[in-house]
Write a protein that binds this ligand. Structure first.
Ligand code: TRH
Length: 386
C-alpha cells in the first residue's frame, strides 16, 4: 500500500485541489508514501502553491509527482491506493488497468498462495457535518462489470467518520507563532495591533453580504482591521469603498475600520494568517477546517447548493460546534452565521461582547477535534486493514 494516486478534478475555486494537495503532502512526508497527484487544472494548484509550473505535464514538488490530468489519458500503471477525490470520474483506461492488475494478482494468488494484491479504490467525499454520513462512511460499492470495489470515505467531525486533515506538529507550529506573532505582522507589513484592535481575516464567496459586514465594522465600538486576500470579495469591497478595484497593498480607512488587501498567499502562509487573527471568516471546506485548527472564533460561509441544500449542513455543524458553549455566546454565533449566509445585517458589537467566551470555546473545540484520528491516518489504516 505504498503507492498512492490522488485524482483531482477542480470543479471551481481552490478547495478541491487544496484538500488533495494537503493530503498528498501528508501521505508523503508523514507516512513515506509514494504519491502522484493528478490534477486537471494546474493553475488552481499554482495559486495555492506558487512553486508549481502550470506548463509542465509532469513535475516533482516536495517529493510528490504532480501530473497534469489531460485527455486522452496516458496509460499508467495504477497505484496500490487510488483516491478519486470528491467523486471525480477516473479515466476509463486507468480503471481498466486497475481491473487488470486485480485480475492478474488473483491468478497468481491461486497458484502461489501469495497474498492477494490489487488496487484499493476510494472515493474521498466532501466534508459533511450531517449525521447520515456516519452510516455511509466506508461503504463498499462493487463495480457492476469489473472485479473492482470502490469504498466511500467521508471526512467529518465525529469518531465514526473519516476525520479531517491534521498534520503532525500543527499545534506546536501554531502555538509558537501565536506566542510571538510580531514576525508575521512584519512579513505582511501590518502594524503590530493595538490592544483594543480586532484583527479579522476575510475569505468568502462573492455573494456574501460584504457591504453589511464592512458597515458594521465602520460603526463598531472598537477598531477593526480586516485583512482581505486579493481577488476574494475584493469586487464588493471595492464597490463599497467607491473604487474601481482593490489590489494587494491597498488599504481603506472608514470610521473604526481599516481594510487592508493582502496578496493571495501560499497555502502554508494562509494557515499562519489564520493563527494570528482574532476571528476568521472562511468558506468552503479547507479554509473552514484550517480556521478550526487556528483555535480562534470562526465564521463560516458554506458553499451554496441548489434549493438551499447547504443550510441544513450549516445547522448540523453549528449544533455540533455549539455543544458546551454558553447559551448567549452560542446564540450570537448562530445569529452571525445566519446573517452571513443569508445576506442579512450583522451585529458585530454583540459578537465582540462574547469574543472571550467564543475564543475559549474555539481552543476547547480544536483540542477535542484533535483527539480523534486524522483523515490521512484513517485512510492509511483503512487500506491496511482491508
Ligand atoms: O476555494 P473554496 O471555495 O473551495 C471549494 C470549491 O469551491 C469546491 O468546489 C467546493 O466543493 C468546496 O469549496 C466546498 O474554499 P476552500 O475549501 O476553503 O479552499 C480554499 C483554499 O485556498 C484552501 O486550501 C486555502 C487556500 N488559500 C490559500 O492558499 N491562500 C489564500 O490566500 C487563501 C485566501 C486561501
Amino acid at each position: 500500500m505504498m503507492r498512492w494516486d490522488i485524482f483531482c478534478h477542480v470543479v471551481d475555486n481552490y478547495g478541491d485541489v487544496g484538500v488533495c494537495w494537503r493530503l498528498a503532502r501528508q501521505l508523503a512526508t508523514e507516512f513515506g508514501m509514494t504519491v502522484r497527484l493528478l490534477v486537471d487544472d494546474l493553475g488552481s494548484l499554482q495559486r495555492i502553491c506558487p512553486e508549481v509550473d502550470s506548463n509542465l505535464t509532469a513535475q516533482y514538488i516536495r517529493n510528490i509527482q504532480i501530473l497534469h490530468w489531460i485527455e486522452p489519458f496516458p496509460n499508467l500503471v495504477p497505484a496500490d491506493v487510488v483516491i478519486e477525490a470528491f467523486g471525480c470520474e477516473l479515466p476509463a483506461n486507468y480503471v481498466m488497468a486497475m481491473a487488470m492488475a486485480v485480475a492478474s494478482s488473483q491468478a497468481v494468488d491461486s497458484v502461489d498462495m501469495k497474498e492477494k494484491e490489487g488496487c484499493m479504490w476510494i472515493n474521498l467525499e466532501y466534508l459533511s457535518t450531517e449525521s447520515w454520513v456516519e452510516g455511509y462512511h466506508r461503504l463498499a460499492s462493487p463495480h457492476p462489470r469489473l472485479p473492482l470495489t470502490k469504498y466511500f470515505f467521508f471526512p467529518g467531525f465525529t469518531a465514526a467518520t473519516g476525520g479531517v486533515i491534521q498534520e503532525a506538529g500543527l499545534f506546536a507550529q501554531r502555538d509558537s507563532l501565536q506566542s510571538d506573532p510580531a514576525k508575521l505582522w512584519h512579513e505582511l507589513s501590518i502594524p503590530v495591533p493595538a490592544s483594543d484592535e480586532t484583527i479579522v481575516s476575510l475569505f468568502c464567496y462573492d455573494h456574501a453580504p460584504v457591504g453589511h459586514l464592512l458597515e458594521a465594522w465602520v460603526i463598531s465600538t472598537s477598531p477593526v482591521r480586516c485583512l482581505l486576500p486579493e481577488g476574494v470579495a475584493s469586487r464588493q469591497a471595492a464597490a463599497w469603498a467607491g473604487q474601481s478595484r482593490l489590489v494587494a497593498g491597498d488599504s481603506v480607512q472608514r470610521g473604526n475600520l481599516v481594510l487592508q488587501v493582502l496578496p493571495f498567499v501560499p497555502q502554508e502562509n494562509y494557515d499562519r494568517l489564520l493563527w494570528v487573527c482574532d476571528c476568521n471568516f472562511v468558506r468552503g471546506e479547507d479554509s473552514f477546517v484550517r480556521a478550526q485548527w487556528a483555535a480562534r472564533p470562526v465564521i463560516w460561509q458554506i458553499y451554496p447548493q441548489q434549493e438551499d441544500a447547504h443550510l441544513p449542513k450549516l445547522e448540523a455543524f453549528l449544533n455540533l460546534y455549539c455543544q458546551g458553549l454558553v447559551q448567549e455566546a452560542a446564540d450570537v454565533l448562530r445569529a452571525l452565521h445566519q446573517g452571513w449566509n443569508n445576506n442579512k445585517q450583522l451585529d458585530w458589537d454583540n459578537f465582540r461582547r462574547y469574543h472571550k467566551a467564543l475564543q475559549q470555546h474555539a481552543i476547547a473545540w480544536a483540542e477535542q477535534l484533535a483527539q480523534a484520528p486524522d483523515l490521512a491516518s484513517n485512510l492509511v489504516n483503512f487500506c491496511r486493514n482491508q
